[in-house]
Design a protein around this ligand. Sequence first.
Ligand code: CA
Length: 236
Amino acid sequence: MVTEPRRILFVEDEKTIREAVSAYLEREGYWVTSAADGQEALEQFAKHRFDLIVLDLMLPKVPGEQVCRVIRDASDVPIIMLTAKGELEDRVRGLELGADDYLVKPFSPRELVARVRALMRRAKVTEEPQRDRLVFGLLEIDVAGHKAFLDGRELDLTASEFKLLLTLSRYPGRVYSRMELVEKVLGYDFEGYERTIDSHVKNLRAKLDDDPKDPTFIYTVHGVGYRFEAPKTDDE
Ligand code: CA
């Protein structure tokens, strides 16, 4: 089975480590985007979808701690935190911030790849399989029929609105940037069109009777884009 190479964001301010480890990961078959500081990391995160993030804790501009918090608030992407030797407090803090694993510097690239593989496997297991019919509380999506129903009533959606709804709901909890949604829903990638996604979301929300201030389905992720959540049921 041919699978798409997995995309990694590697955030590290030390140039020699950044270059050597990126090259190593690429040789292992991953697509690597590197960032040299916290600000660049957040910019990359807003622009692309990553399967995993390797994040140094001590970073210029925006500290790794804050980068981790922002990413974790927006997404479930696995995060491996890099910490300085012996700083136990840093490691504990990294995990409290929502990192999935940590690695103490200096580390061998081989060790990093082993951790990356383990986390990717874990993430893959929890991925939603492709299904013909998606049901989220009162919302039902007929994938093959390109139809959606709310409380049994068929929604009058445009082709773009349906595509948007399907894209978001395929992976509840995953955050999509506006740019990603433009690419997936509208099929072109001019930055000027990012805001057209906002109007599609606005129309879709109106049809779903979804209040942006108190959403049931579509959540705004500030500064990034949108995510879909399955509504909570009473017995949860
Ligand atoms: Ca550093």
